[in-house]
Design a protein around this ligand. Sequence first.
Ligand code: CUA
Length: 190
Amino acid sequence: MADIDSPAGHGDEVGAAAEARWTLVVAIVTLFLVGMMGYMSLHWAAMPPVRTETVDPGTLHIAGEFIETNLGTFAEADGSATVRVLANQYSFTPQCIVVPADMPVLFRGTAADVVHGFSISASNVNLMLVPGFVTKLRTRFERTGEYLMPCHEFCGNGHAAMWAHVKVIDRESFMRQSRDAAGKGVSCVQ
Ligand code: CUA
């Protein structure tokens, strides 16, 4: 910048040096953020959002956590409940899920064939079920009632008919049904 009063003063040099330093700082921060965006969008987007726990989709029905007798809702010793759900073209198992109101509920789910998903009306539950991965969500249902649980990932010709029902029952009834189930998962009596 031309300054008529001070002939190429010392102050100008200091100012220019400071400006250059700050330009460098801003450039580094900008490059870091852009780099992070690139990493997140390319690396992360190439994987399902639920990839912390894996499961072999080929042996789901014969071994491990998602065998038939492990599906349904279980009361845990710590006062919470765990729901295990399996998605297949074109149904969920169990078809009707029972959960207690006013208790921490952990959903654990996976898919046997293709990507499925579900949401539960009037709740914050909205999950994607990916073959090979265990999807988890902790939630709590405040009120008892009956809700619909549609599959919301297009999974083939029968997608639109893929539904389950969710019954939220009071805590005492749930604990009673859990004792009656004697180690099996609780699900709706239909
Ligand atoms: Cu399962 Cu759509």
